[in-house]
Design a protein around this ligand. Sequence first.
Ligand SMILES: [Zn+2]
Length: 150
Amino acid sequence: MASDWREALMKKHKKLFFHKGNPTFIGGIACGEGWRPLIETLCEYIQFNIDNNDDMQGKIVRIKEKLAGLRFYYEDGSQRAYDAINFATALSYHICEMCGAWVDKSAHDPKAVWKLTLCKTCEAERVTAHVHKLMEVARRQKKKRKCGTP
Ligand SMILES: [Zn+2]
């Protein structure tokens, strides 16, 4: 199942996700698997600095995609952790959220911000899937009309 990597990640980083002072975690990681290495590396880096460099044990509140970028909501952490999160967010605008491929796009294109960050292949698959969905809806409506449903 596609959600397995998310569960595995949360289990691996219990201190970040289920820290005793973390009743605020809104379960789940709401983004595609393409960003998995980015999120995993971020969790490892943050926890390493907590365990070895006296950083404060912060807590992850939520991880999701918003306006084509990674949003990694983290509370009570160190400046080092927030710097790393900002860098990962900047990188996420260049990594396909579905497959992890590098995406060549201008981070400063205002139109690009409203779309998902996808490589050309994943974008094409998404468009194809969307067209199929529309065709299916049209087929069903046609069927309905034939049956005499208003
Ligand atoms: Zn892709």
